[in-house]
Write a protein that binds this ligand. Structure first.
Ligand code: FES
Length: 317
C-alpha cells in the first residue's frame, strides 16, 4: 500500500461523498483501466474496495465515491465523518476484476445506485473509443443519484437512461426490452447491490445471454450468512486439531478464538488477503474474488466469508 492525500472531498448526492486522492510524495499514481478499484484503509482500520470513477486517462488523481452505509461496520461512516481534505490515506495500486471486453461490438452497462462508480469510467472510455454502448442507471431518487450532473454534461449523455424508484414491474419490462437481443459480440456489465445484480443477471439469462458475456462487479457488504447454514469442521493440517464452525460464525472467527490468526483485510471476500489452501473437502465459496475455474478446483477458499459444503475441510495451516 502507499500514501495519498485527500485533495478534495465533496458531497456528490444524498449520502454519497467523493474523495479526490492525489499522490503524497509527488510521485505519479499507477495507471489504471476502466472498471478498476483500489483497496482503501479507512480511518477505522478496515480495508474497503472502491471503484475508480474518474477517467482512466487521468494520471494525476484517483476519484472514489463512498455511500454512507450506517449498517456497515463503520468504514463508510468513518470516511464520511472523519476523513478531511489534507488527510493522508493508505491505498493499494489499482486492480481490475471488471475490465471491458476489448472485442465487444456493443456494450450494455447496468448500474444500480452506487454501482455507477465503475460504470461511469467505462462509459468515458467507450465514448472516447466511439464504441456502441448504452447505460441503464437505476437509483432511488434523483437526490440519491451520483454523477447526474457529470453525465448530463458528458459526450455520452444521450446514451444514459435514468430509472428512478418505480414499480418493479416497470423496471422488469424495461430491463427485458433492453436485454431482448443478446448477441455473441454484445457484452453486459452489471454493478450495484447484490439484489439488483441478481435481478439483472437472472433476466439476462432468461433472455438467452451466455454466461461468458455477462460481467459483474460485486461490492462489499454482501450478506454472507444464510438460514440454511450448518456447522462444519475445519482441521488444521499442521497440528491435526479440528474446530467446529457454527452457523453465524466465520472460519476466521472460529480459528481466532482458538488462537489461530488468519490475516484479513476486507472480511468480505473481495481482497484475497485471507486466501487459504484447502487440502481436502469442498468449500462453499461466497467470495467475489475467485473465478469459476478457480472455485471448481476447490483447493483454496476465503475463510473470512466462505463456508463448507462437505462436513469437513482440511486446511493447509
Ligand atoms: Fe479479504 Fe478475506 S479478508 S477476502
Amino acid at each position: 500500500m502507499f500514501r495519498v492525500t485527500v485533495a478534495r472531498k465533496r458531497t456528490e448526492a444524498l449520502a454519497i461523498q467523493t474523495f479526490e486522492l492525489v499522490p503524497s510524495a509527488g510521485l505519479p499514481l499507477p495507471s489504471f483501466t476502466a472498471g478498476a478499484h483500489i483497496d482503501v484503509r479507512t480511518p477505522t482500520g478496515v480495508v474497503r474496495q472502491y471503484s475508480l470513477c474518474n477517467d482512466s486517462q487521468e494520471t494525476h488523481r484517483y476519484l472514489i465515491a463512498v455511500l454512507r452505509d450506517p449498517m456497515s461496520r463503520g468504514g463508510s461512516v468513518a470516511m464520511h465523518e472523519h476523513l478531511q481534505e489534507g488527510d493522508s490515506l493508505l491505498i493499494s495500486a489499482p486492480r481490475n476484476h471488471f475490465p471491458l471486453e476489448p472485442d465487444a461490438k456493443r456494450s450494455l452497462l447496468f448500474a444500480g445506485g452506487i454501482g455507477i462508480t465503475p460504470i461511469i469510467g467505462m462509459a468515458d472510455q467507450l465514448a472516447r473509443l466511439g464504441a456502441q454502448f448504452e447505460v441503464q442507471y437505476f437509483a432511488r431518487t434523483p437526490q440519491r443519484t451520483a454523477f447526474m450532473n457529470r453525465i448530463e454534461h458528458s459526450p455520452f449523455a444521450n446514451r444514459v437512461s435514468f430509472h428512478f424508484e418505480d414499480s418493479s414491474n416497470a423496471h422488469q419490462s424495461e430491463t427485458r426490452r433492453v436485454l431482448a437481443s443478446p448477441a455473441p459480440d454484445t457484452h453486459l456489465y452489471v454493478c450495484g447491490p447484490e439484489g439488483f445484480m441478481r435481478f439483472i443477471t437472472l433476466n439476462a439469462k432468461e433472455c438467452g445471454w451466455e454466461e461468458s458475456n455477462i460481467h459483474q462487479e460485486h461490492f462489499g457488504g454482501a450478506v454472507f450468512a444464510r438460514e440454511s447454514d450448518r456447522a462444519f469442521e475445519v482441521l488444521i493440517a499442521s497440528s491435526g486439531r479440528a474446530y467446529t464452525v457454527p452457523p453465524g460464525q466465520t472460519v476466521v472467527e472460529t480459528l481466532a478464538k482458538a488462537g489461530i490468526q488468519i490475516p484479513i483485510a476486507c472480511e468480505q471476500g473481495v481482497c484475497g488477503t485471507c486466501l487459504t489452501r484447502v487440502l481436502e473437502g469442498e468449500p462453499d465459496h461466497r467470495d467475489a474474488l475467485l473465478t469459476p475455474a478457480e472455485r471448481a478446483r476447490n483447493d483454496q477458499f476465503t475463510p473470512c466469508c466462505s463456508r463448507a459444503k462437505s462436513a469437513r475441510l482440511v486446511l493447509d495451516l
